[in-house]
Write a protein that binds this ligand. Structure first.
Ligand code: ATP
Ligand code: MG
Length: 335
């Protein structure tokens, strides 16, 4: 199959940058939101320390990776020694403690890939997921946060893409579409591959940060202050980048052949990763390599039907940005 040549975006695309940036600003969490979040975390810490005085609490996910909106949940990881009792038992006990302390809708979800307790805070109404010893998530949260500080076009692009995905109902892993985490990785990978580059590949540089979690080494260059202005030679506006992102996934990405890799700052072939044959339920139709757990394909939730939906949505988004009179509205129309 031959690839379509890269099309050019409309010449007046920059006219939509102010509208997109205004939307981005409105999606960012408010001061009030942040302080309510802090209250939730403090009261949770109190409940946990009564029962597990040595547990350490880490925030991860969008409340800590700087890609959180005012609709994002709060993700918490407890780091603790668990003895003969397994993580599931600890979670069940945690659920009891939280119910007693007045948290609402407390539910232990123990069958998931990462078992959690989910609950909501009556004060703020926030929903909160708590997991145990998932330090890889803590490490990838830091990686995302560090990338976000290199060039502000990453948070801008990622907020808009996440908002689009939620509005268009393609941010639902339980239904075979992609997680927020996957979308942020797609944005990082896209900006790493602009010419000139807007983001570097931190894992390809001399490591200044290293953490080994269950035998998986998480190492990369994290002296972000030395990378300020890295992408300055590339003057692309956010409107152009947003169109470029959807155009890439609509018609340039080689779905059959390639895997996107933030770890390497480029795409690699499925063949190199042995992601060509179906093993069990892993289909590898749309391949997004986890930066640290490199055997983990964040696209493995995607099946034959949902890949079609995803690609149609990418095509719609690219076309709206290309031809619509009011793309800032049309793009985000609820599905
Ligand atoms: P949202 O704003 O939608 O809540 P989020 O960034 O919190 O976005 P989630 O998809 O809720 O994204 O994931 C929370 C965190 O869990 C991610 O930031 C990542 O650290 C970790 N995570 C989620 N899915 C995976 C996965 N499939 N593999 C590894 N880590 C994951
Ligand atoms: Mg989250």
């Amino acid at each position: 199959r031959t690839r379509r040549p890269p099309a050019e975006c409309r010449h007046d695309i920059d006219a939509f940058t102010p509208g997109l940036l205004a939307l981005y600003e409105s999606l960012k969490p408010s001061e009030e939101h942040m302080s309510k979040q802090k209250q939730l975390v403090d009261s949770l810490a109190k409940s946990v320390s009564k029962e597990w005085p040595n547990a350490q609490m880490h925030l991860y996910g969008s409340c800590a990776n700087s890609f959180g909106t005012s609709h994002s949940d709060v993700d918490v990881c407890l780091e603790m020694e668990i003895g003969t009792e397994g993580a599931v038992e600890v979670l069940l006990r945690l659920a009891d403690v939280l119910r007693t302390d007045g948290f609402e809708n407390v539910e232990a979800i123990t069958g998931a890939r990462v078992p959690i307790v989910r609950m909501s805070d009556p004060g703020s109404g926030f929903s909160c997921d708590i997991c145990i010893n998932n330090l890889l998530a803590v490490a990838n949260t830091k990686l995302l946060k560090d990338y976000a500080q290199i060039d502000q076009r990453l948070p801008q692009l990622a907020f808009l893409v996440k908002h689009w995905a939620k509005q268009r109902a393609v941010n639902e892993t339980y239904r075979g579409t992609l997680s927020s985490y996957a979308y942020v990785l797609m944005c990082i990978s896209f900006l790493q591959q602009r010419e000139p580059k807007i983001l570097p590949c931190l894992q390809a540089m001399e490591p200044t940060y290293a953490l080994t979690v269950d035998g998986t080494e998480c190492a990369y260059f994290d002296k972000i202050d030395q990378l300020q202005g890295f992408g300055a030679d590339n003057k692309a506006s956010i409107a152009e980048l947003l169109w470029g992102f959807f155009h890439y996934w609509a018609s340039q990405h080689h779905y059959k052949r390639d895997v996107i890799s933030v770890r390497l700052g480029k795409t690699i072939s499925k063949q190199e990763k042995s992601w060509t044959t179906r093993v069990g339920n892993d289909r590898h139709l749309m391949c997004i390599e986890d930066p640290f757990e490199i055997g983990h394909d964040l696209g493995r939730v995607v099946d034959r039907q949902t890949i079609r939906i995803l690609r149609e949505e990418m095509e719609r988004a690219a076309a709206v940005l290309q031809y619509d009179d009011d793309p800032c509205v049309t793009l985000f129309e609820p599905y």
